[in-house]
Design a protein around this ligand. Structure first.
Ligand SMILES: [Zn+2]
Length: 207
């Protein structure tokens, strides 16, 4: 048993590094700007003490202002190796192994990294895929999409709007009324049962 520990530690360290290096608002295609690479580029990252961007609130009332990289990195320290692999390294858990693919309880699924509500049980359906599947997000502004050309195919990746954590993919073969199938990794989610309050968002100071 104990001989797995160094491997888990290595995965965690790698994932933390990946978290620090990736940011949801950075362009995914570095080749696109190769023609201007000769001229020096200003560092777009805010420095300490610099005012951060204006607060953005979703129509459902949640703060969806993108979290700064250092905050995401700090929050990621609380994740286990599987959660890190999925959210920070765009990993995929094995089908039928996650804790939520077969969960039928009423409640809300929030981001495992930052706590933003992402999906509700009433939009969960049996996809047969072995991953928790939903036909609509909690709030469309809480999930962002990114084109994913990995593994030799073009898919639409979904990420948490607030922390940029990888969640899964969305496919156009879902049920009515949207026709969409949001295919999630359980490891990217935390389930909050109906009747329990949604915990405060992480990474925000609550005086
Ligand atoms: Zn998040």
């Amino acid at each position: 048993m104990n001989n797995r520990l160094p491997i888990l530690f290595a995965v965690a360290a790698l994932a933390l590094f990946a978290c620090a290096e990736s940011h949801p608002d950075k362009p995914m295609n570095d080749n696109a700007s190769s023609s201007s690479s000769a001229s020096p580029q200003p560092d777009p990252r805010p420095t300490a003490g610099e005012p951060v961007q204006a607060k953005q609130v979703s129509s459902s009332g949640f703060d969806i202002t993108p979290l700064p990289e250092p905050v995401v990195k700090e929050l990621s320290k609380d994740l286990d190796p599987e959660e890190l692999k999925v959210t920070c390294m765009a990993g995929t858990e094995r089908a039928f192994t996650g804790k939520y693919w077969n969960l039928h309880d009423d409640g809300t699924y929030v981001c495992v990294v930052c706590g933003l509500p992402l999906f509700k049980s009433e939009t969960k359906f049996e996809s047969g895929s072995g991953w928790p599947s939903f036909y609509r997000p909690f709030d469309p502004a809480h999930v962002k999409t990114v084109e994913d050309r990995s593994l030799g195919m073009t898919r639409t990746e979904i990420r948490c709007t607030r922390c940029g954590g990888h969640l899964g993919h969305v496919f156009p073969d879902g049920p009515k009324p949207t026709g969409l199938r949001y295919c999630l990794n359980s490891a990217a989610l935390n389930f909050i049962p109906e009747g329990k309050p949604i915990p405060p968002l992480k990474g925000t100071k609550h005086p």
